[in-house]
Design a binder for this molecule. Structure first.
Ligand code: SF4
Length: 384
């Protein structure tokens, strides 16, 4: 049998398999790859923790499956609820390491002309324990890379949060923007994405899944060729030197190469590449930066948008967010040049769930101690 991902007990990790991979294993186990459809659905759409629970499969097959494959849920180690409705989840992995995911509800939405808009429930998902990219503003980067997550550990964050939601509520958007650089864990990430998009798996539309990257160009191209998900690029600078200062691991791929790649990358129909721009006072938030950002974005008009993210201040960094007026002027300058530009509302600051704050037990700005995790209850935080 070929080398499949395994659990600590030596059995194949069933939640790390795409449907075709499961079919291959079933073919090897008892010559019935055609059962993959039904069994895959049991794994992802019914709440089973062992194959013995599948009621419409022969007991001999169930025993064989239980002997060869296992299903290991993530251990929920606590949650933190923000006053703004954001919820941060702490998960303990089988080797004792921990990761975090963040649920960002955007309920009772209105369009700009006042009509009701569908609720949005976004989950920010981790792809690694820690991160090797060491972006200077990010606390996860301080951890270094401890290890990659398996496809099961990535997808189980989604499955388990989905199952904890009140009846009738469903995650609408997935952003791979939690701990880690997703494209630095390419094979496991793409297996996880295939499970997310499988109609019998997590059944999420590719149009609602976004993968964020610091700009690992070869992996960006490969991803664009293989899967039609949305791409977000962590830009954060307008000159080569500035970018190397804030994101040292991008030295290998210059800003010029990155922008050139973005100009030709195949995109899902009607979609734009999102450029994330963390605004730091005295570093990249001047109007000269706005002007340079216009120059970088102008060749991409129609296929790019900019998200301005005023820095989330915290006691671990001596970095300040620019004042609100500067952020608005910066945005207006881009809009005046026909560049699609929004300002990201900061969510979960009081529980260190905001951008760049995951994983390190960070204290929020308002306190010198990290917030305390509490045991999960089902629906707190979803009523705003
Ligand atoms: S911003 Fe993202 S890529 Fe950079 S160190 Fe933090 S987690 Fe890693």
């Amino acid at each position: 049998m070929q080398h499949w991902p395994t659990l600590p007990d030596g059995r194949i990790d069933a939640r790390s398999l795409t449907r075709p991979q499961l079919a291959e294993i079933l073919g090897e186990l008892d010559g019935r790859p055609d059962r993959a459809r039904r069994i895959f659905q049991w794994i992802w759409q019914h709440n089973i923790s062992a194959f013995s629970e599948m009621t419409n499969i022969a007991s001999r097959t169930r025993r064989k499956l239980d002997a060869a494959l296992g299903i290991q849920p993530l251990l929920s180690a606590g949650v933190l609820d923000s006053t703004d409705g954001t919820r941060k989840y702490l998960w303990r992995l089988s080797d004792g390491k921990t990761i975090e995911s963040v649920l960002i509800p955007d309920l009772n939405r209105r369009t700009s002309d006042g009509r009701n808009a569908p609720d949005r429930l976004t989950l920010c998902v981790s792809s690694q324990v820690g991160c090797a990219m060491k972006c200077s503003f990010c606390l996860t980067g301080d951890m270094g890379l401890l290890r990659n997550l398996t496809p099961a550990e990535i997808t189980s964050q989604i499955l388990q949060v989905q199952r904890s939601l009140p009846d009738g509520m469903r995650l609408t958007n997935i952003v791979m923007m939690g701990m880690g650089e997703p494209l630095h864990n390419y094979d496991q990430l793409t297996t996880a994405l295939r499970i997310m998009m499988d109609g019998l798996g997590l059944n999420l539309s590719h149009r609602r899944i976004t993968v964020s990257t610091v700009g690992l160009i070869p992996a960006m191209k490969k991803l664009a060729d293989e899967l039609p998900v949305n791409l977000a690029i962590s830009l954060n600078a307008t000159t080569e030197e500035q970018r190397r200062t804030v994101m040292p691991l991008t030295k290998r791929y210059s800003l010029a190469q990155l922008m050139e790649t973005c100009a030709t990358l195949p995109l899902p129909t009607g979609k734009r590449i999102a450029f994330e721009y963390v605004m730091m006072a005295g570093f990249n938030a001047s109007m000269a930066d706005a002007e340079r950002l216009v120059a970088l974005m102008t060749p991409l008009v129609g296929r790019a948008k900019v998200n301005l993210i005023p820095y989330n201040e915290n006691p671990d960094r001596d970095i300040r967010r620019p004042d609100d007026l500067r952020v608005l002027d910066f945005q207006q300058h881009l809009i005046n040049h026909s560049i699609h530009c929004s300002i990201r509302t900061t969510r979960g600051r009081d529980i260190s769930a905001a951008c760049g704050q995951l994983g390190k037990g960070a204290a929020p700005l308002t306190s010198s101690v990290p917030p305390r995790w509490v045991p999960p209850t089902s629906t707190v935080g979803l009523t705003t």
